[in-house]
Design a protein around this ligand. Structure first.
Ligand SMILES: NC(=O)C1=CN([C@@H]2O[C@H](COP(=O)(O)OP(=O)(O)OC[C@H]3O[C@@H](n4cnc5c(N)ncnc54)[C@H](OP(=O)(O)O)[C@@H]3O)[C@@H](O)[C@H]2O)[C@@H](O)CC1
Ligand SMILES: [K+]
Length: 290
């Protein structure tokens, strides 16, 4: 009788130990990483807390904001805004693609307008951050003398600036290039795409899985309001909205694209007055992940 009781007690103890072991292992292998990720996302000093209620700025309002920022009352210069815009894109590159010993190339493709200007500024900051940037600048607009000064600064920093006929596609190589900064067109793109940009977009599109794209303000070929309108359209890995997101950001697939806001030059009251997001940038960050 007592031996039967003894073996029943023994079996119960074994079962209890097995259950305890199973719980312990499941905590280690499943629960801990989940907690870590939940903790990270809540503690990360980088997420804006109101992701779902993100309000965008229409292209009309974006233009009005520009006017005001660079108007007599506020007095920003385009150079100042471009410098902060380019710096924020460089910070997003550093955040998403830290330079490695073997791979630190970044290709910046710059267009003829201010979006291109952002790219030239971004290239200079990337050099200072320890990257090997190369700029492909096929159409140099003489529209603004300032662009020429930005190119002079890149020469001073030994950053190659390739002209239209130079071999830029050699840099579309994932073994040396971490990402491509798309600074071709921003919110003033008007389809259909004219050459040489249509060919450039085809090339970028063909390699975007292996050489990810960082879009400056608006992915080139997207409409600022309607989103991707031209085929093939670029799907950036990183999307840096400048000043505030435009309606095209509603077409972002969060599974494919990380979305930041940059261009930290708007006081919260101004954002409130104009009815758009007052981004809660953290510390000295020039970008905020949305
Ligand atoms: N506002 C701000 O707060 C700030 C704005 N900033 C930046 O400015 C960007 C807007 O700049 P943007 O207005 O210069 O226009 P952008 O998009 O660079 O392109 C214009 C050029 O593209 C050309 N082009 C157009 N369509 C074309 C086509 N289908 N095929 C070929 N070419 C075409 C057009 O040529 P055009 O038609 O005039 O001959 C013109 O030369 C904005 O997105 C942001 O990144 C920051 O710098 C600082 C803060
Ligand atoms: K762009």
């Amino acid at each position: 009788m007592s031996s039967r009781r003894g073996s029943r007690v023994y079996n119960c103890v074994v079962v209890v130990i097995c259950i305890a072991l199973f719980i312990r292992l499941s905590v280690i292998f499943c629960w801990t990483p989940y907690c870590k990720s939940v903790l990270q996302s809540t503690l990360s000093n980088d997420h804006s807390s109101n992701m779902s209620s993100l309000r965008v700025v229409s292209s009309k309002l974006a233009a009005q904001i520009d006017q005001e920022l660079m108007g007599p009352k506020i007095g920003f210069t385009l150079q100042q805004l471009m410098e902060l815009a380019g710096l924020s894109v460089a910070e997003a590159v550093q955040r998403e693609f830290p330079p490695a010993a073997t791979r630190k190339g970044v290709l910046i493709v710059a267009g003829p307008g201010n979006n291109g200007g952002d790219g030239l500024v971004c290239a200079r900051h990337l050099k200072l951050f320890g990257y090997d940037p190369v700029v492909y600048y096929p159409k140099r607009s003489s529209r603004t003398e300032f662009y020429g000064q930005l190119v002079k600064q890149l020469d001073f920093f030994n950053v190659p600036v390739l002209s239209e006929t130079e071999n830029w596609t050699q840099y579309l190589n994932p073994d040396r290039t971490l990402c491509v900064v798309d600074a071709i067109f921003g919110f003033s793109f008007k389809p259909p795409m004219r050459e040489p940009f249509a060919e450039i977009i085809k090339r970028l599109h063909a390699v975007q899985e292996s050489v990810p794209i960082v879009a400056v303000d608006i992915p080139t070929g997207w409409d600022v309001d309607a989103g991707p309108v031209e085929k093939p359209h670029l799907t950036p890995k990183v999307f840096v909205s400048l000043t505030a997101p435009k309606p095209c950001t509603n077409h972002i697939d969060p599974a494919k694209t990380v979305h930041y806001v940059g261009g930290r030059f708007i006081p919260q009251e101004f954002a409130q007055q104009h009815g758009f997001e007052q981004f809660d940038y953290k510390g000295v960050n020039q970008i905020l992940k949305l």
